[in-house]
Write a protein that binds this ligand. Structure first.
Ligand code: C2E
Ligand code: MG
Ligand code: MG
Length: 575
């Protein structure tokens, strides 16, 4: 499968091209600026590169010039994209060794033909041409349209039904998930149909990324998607897929420079227990979906025959205000390991809520709720204070045993970060607990800091002046480019788990993760890989000089008392 690297700073254009390429059998990956493009080229070894000319920092000419200097890319086909057919820039590009030009907006056929010509010239005699031609007959087009949703390219209802029949012919059990966007009508109304359509395309794409395939992913209605899962250990897998979808889709979308967040609800039902045929099964999944929605949305629910009264979100909301006073909140701590020494050099504080009736409430049910109703201010302050106090207590113990002191990472949500007195709160807590500020690390996501760049820079500089460190959390999911990030005073990049997952078998994830590590280092940042679960991932990270890891391979998040014993035993990672 030919590999194509697309370097383009406009997210929609980049994703459009990748979508076309992927649906035509190419393996394709995108970079959002010249720097990332260069780094990805080195790790991903593309057979062809498509590159925008005007980009921040390193522009397209810069990329081409640098690549042509290296023997690895001396002959790799390279095509520029320009906004208009501009002779002067074309000449410059050709002199630098570009092979072709594409003028934006780029039509699908032009794109595929140009690629076929270039790959053909470079003696890629594989069946590229067949692939390119594959959708060109009327019959095939018709076939495609009858099976696929025209907006998102996902399976349509009809094809979904067929897929289900095929699946039950081969499988004795399977799960169906219905994914529904909360309050989609409001988005349609306030932002207009074009915007909403683009959003649906992005959602479809992100769902495809989470599931890893589009073979069993369908769009049923305007804002309703469905997924078939048929594997062993169904219960656990369906729940994991659902929570991965919730966490991946809770990251903001950027359309036309506007940031938007959506919430989803997911209903899950199992075949054959909850329905002997697709219609019955879908009814059960729908009941579970309604149940998730009644609970406030932004959650998944597995169908049970005796679905109990839903957790009333109003009730949860009231309870959340009382959670601190009633001692229902707790911090767990997950170790962060230095890959040079194998030692625990830090922990991330992760919030848990033990509700008296509902038991442990998952984070995606109460953190967004707390954000919406403002309770996050009080809860967040409690988190910072508890984490700093705990750290100070551990520092005393560690010093007594002559062990190294560790840092604590605390997550800040967007609303907390925008709180005008947050700087003062943090400064006061540091004074009160006498924790050395260099041992406090605040974790923020890209979407949080890019909401108001000027204000973020000044807030971050204030933390820096206190001595507090800043990590960029879930890096890679927020679509901002490296050149953009350079303006923020950061200390650590935390590469999101989605890039670490399957890194040993998925060459694209591996290439992206390695490029992120190298670029992070170029920006003088420490790089931490999140969600490291397997030895094979660790090996790649060690080899790529990643600084730190966090993940189940070493330990999940633990109650303070359990973490303390790991610290005092000076437990190390075996590499
Ligand atoms: P995050 O900051 O990205 O935290 C990492 C999440 O990944 C944690 O989930 C952690 O338990 C999980 N994780 C760690 N290692 C692995 C692994 O190897 N495999 C897998 N599959 N997962 C792993 P958790 O504790 O459920 O927290 C989820 C999110 O909730 C956090 O994502 C953070 O965004 C938010 N959160 C947690 N505590 C707080 C808090 O005190 N304040 C705020 N504002 N948000 C918080
Ligand atoms: Mg975090
Ligand atoms: Mg994270």
């Amino acid at each position: 499968m030919p590999k194509i690297l697309v370097i383009e700073d406009e997210q929609l254009i980049r994703e459009d091209i990748i979508e076309i390429l992927t649906s035509h059998g190419f393996d394709s990956v995108g970079a959002e600026d010249g720097l990332m493009g260069m780094q990805l080229a080195r790790n991903y070894h593309p057979d062809l590169i498509i590159c925008d000319i005007t980009m921040p920092n390193l522009d397209g000419y810069g990329v081409l010039r640098e690549l042509r200097l290296s023997s690895q890319f001396a002959t790799t086909p390279f095509m520029f994209m320009t906004a208009k057919a501009d002779r002067a820039s074309q000449r410059l590009g050709m002199n630098l060794g570009a092979d072709d030009y594409l003028t934006k907006p780029i039509g699908q056929n032009d794109l595929l033909e140009a690629i076929a010509t270039r790959l053909h010239k470079n003696l890629y005699q594989t069946n590229t041409k067949d692939l390119i031609l594959s959708l060109q007959t009327a019959e095939e087009k018709l076939n495609y349209l009858s099976q696929n949703d025209t907006l998102t390219g996902l399976l349509n209802r009809y094809a979904f039904r067929q897929r289900f029949s095929n699946a039950i012919a081969n499988q004795t059990s399977l799960a169906v998930l219905i994914v529904d966007i909360d309050r989609f009508k409001r988005i349609n109304r306030t932002k207009g149909y074009i915007f909403a359509d683009l959003l649906l395309q992005l959602i479809a794409q992100r769902l495809g990324q989470v599931i890893g395939t589009k073979d069993s992913l369908a769009r049923l209605n305007a804002d309703e998607f469905a997924i078939i899962i048929g594997r062993n250990n169904l219960q656990a897998i369906a729940a994991t897929v659902a929570s991965n979808i919730l966490s991946s889709l809770s990251q903001s979308f950027t359309i036309d420079k506007q940031e938007l967040r959506v919430n989803l609800s997911i209903g899950i039902a199992f075949y054959p227990e909850h329905g002997q045929n697709l219609d019955a099964l879908m009814r059960s999944a729908n009941t579970a979906l309604q149940h998730a929605k009644l609970g406030g949305g932004d959650a998944y629910y597995i169908y049970t025959t005796d679905i109990q009264e839903p957790e009333d979100s109003l009730e949860l909301e009231i309870d959340l205000y009382k959670a601190i006073d009633r001692d229902q909140l707790q911090l767990y701590y997950q170790p962060q390991i230095c890959l040079k020494t194998g030692k625990i050099t830090g922990v991330e504080a992760l919030l848990r809520w033990e509700h008296p009736h509902y038991g442990s409430v998952p984070w995606y049910k109460f953190i967004p709720l707390a954000e919406r109703n403002g309770a996050i201010m009080e809860i967040g302050t409690w988190v910072i204070r508890t984490a700093c106090k705990q750290m100070k207590a551990w520092h005393r113990l560690l010093s007594l045993q002559n062990l190294d002191l560790i840092k604590v990472g605390v997550n800040l949500s967007a609303r907390q970060f925008q709180q005008s007195n947050l700087g003062q709160i943090v400064a006061d807590i540091l004074t009160e607990t006498t924790l050395d500020p260099t041992y406090l690390n605040l974790e923020l996501t890209e979407s949080t800091i890019i909401q108001d760049v000027e204000a973020s820079i000044s807030r971050l500089n204030y933390f820096k002046s206190l001595g507090v460190e800043i990590s960029l959390d879930d890096f890679g999911t927020g679509y901002s480019s490296f050149s953009y990030l350079q303006q923020f005073p950061l200390n650590t990049l935390k590469i999101d788990q989605s890039f670490i997952r399957d890194m040993s078998t998925n060459s694209k994830n591996k290439a992206i993760a390695i490029a992120m590590i190298q670029l992070g280092h170029n920006m003088n940042l420490k790089v931490l890989a999140e969600g490291v679960e397997h030895k094979a991932e660790l090996d790649i990270l060690v080899e790529s000089n990643c600084d730190l890891i966090q993940g189940y391979l070493f330990s999940k998040a633990l109650p303070a008392i359990e973490l303390e014993s790991l610290l005092l035993q000076d437990q190390r990672l075996i590499m």
